[in-house]
Write a protein that binds this ligand. Structure first.
Ligand SMILES: CC(=O)[C@@H](O)[C@H](O)COP(=O)(O)O
Length: 254
């Protein structure tokens, strides 16, 4: 799998917020086997460079994010600062449009994606399953899309699975990463089974009773879902279809 020409093995992208302790976060990162770790620039502000250095020791790849931004200007400035601090052109573009749902603002996201792409950023845009917004983000320079499963931190899983399936069909050759709302490994499997390329998640691991174990569970679930997708799921039927053939049944009419 490749994102912006980078070869990757793990299909799990991990968030770093809300863990019980830095030590548990680091152990969870290792247990997840994630190669991409998303970090907020605001977090860098709170913990100084210590937090960045802690994550840097894991030798994972940083994906700075613009979490908490509400306008194009805020997001672009945050991305520019993140590029300096984390020394990467990668940016997870998150512009929130609604305080309760934390739904992305599609208009601002497209505008910011265009500006950032022109400045040489490789943008990972947090979006919805809307196809037209997806098209506009690609036109703006994004090479992948990150639709939400459900509102951030809600743990509701794939709230609009039919819309996400349509999106998968429509953007056949574009990497699609489910970002946000995944609450359980079973929901991650479901996303992978329908052909999504990867999953970005944070809360389900950070807020579980044992983040290290849960990171391991998600790692294995995402792998299982991907294998199932490649194996090809059986088609659903409305009626029963005997799995054992009738051939060879005892003939009791004699
Ligand atoms: C960490 C991060 O980038 C979040 O904004 C992301 O969207 C994850 O969402 P969940 O916490 O719902 O997994």
């Amino acid at each position: 799998m490749q994102f912006y020409n980078q070869n990757l093995h793990s299909r799990l992208l991990l968030g770093t917020a809300g863990y019980p302790s830095p030590d548990i976060l680091i152990q969870a990162i290792h247990a997840s086997e994630a190669e991409i770790i998303t970090v907020s620039l605001r977090r860098e502000g709170v913990g100084g460079s210590e937090f960045r250095q802690l994550i840097a020791k894991t030798k994972k790849r940083f994906l700075p994010n613009t979490a908490g931004c509400h306008t194009v200007k805020e997001a672009v400035t945050t991305a520019q600062m993140a590029r300096e601090v984390f020394e990467t052109n990668w940016i997870k573009l998150e512009i929130i449009g609604h305080a309760d749902t934390l739904q992305p603002d599609p208009f601002a996201t497209v505008e910011a994606a265009r500006i950032l792409s022109k400045e040489g950023f490789e943008v990972f845009p947090y979006t919805t399953e809307d196809l037209i917004v997806g098209e506009k983000l690609l036109e703006a320079g994004c090479q992948l899309l990150m639709p939400w499963g459900a509102p951030i931190g809600s743990g509701q899983g794939l709230r609009n699975i039919e819309g996400l399936k349509t999106m998968r069909q429509y953007f056949k050759n574009i990497p699609l990463i489910i970002d946000a709302g995944i609450g359980a490994p079973s929901q991650a499997i479901q996303a992978m089974e329908i052909g999504f390329d990867a999953i970005l998640l944070n809360t389900a691991i950070a807020k579980s009773k044992n983040p290290i174990l849960m990171a391991d569970a998600f790692n294995k679930a995402i792998l299982a879902g991907r294998i199932a997708y490649k194996a090809g799921l059986m088609e659903k039927r409305n009626m029963a279809y005997a799995s054992t053939p009738a051939y060879g049944l005892a003939d009791l009419s004699l």
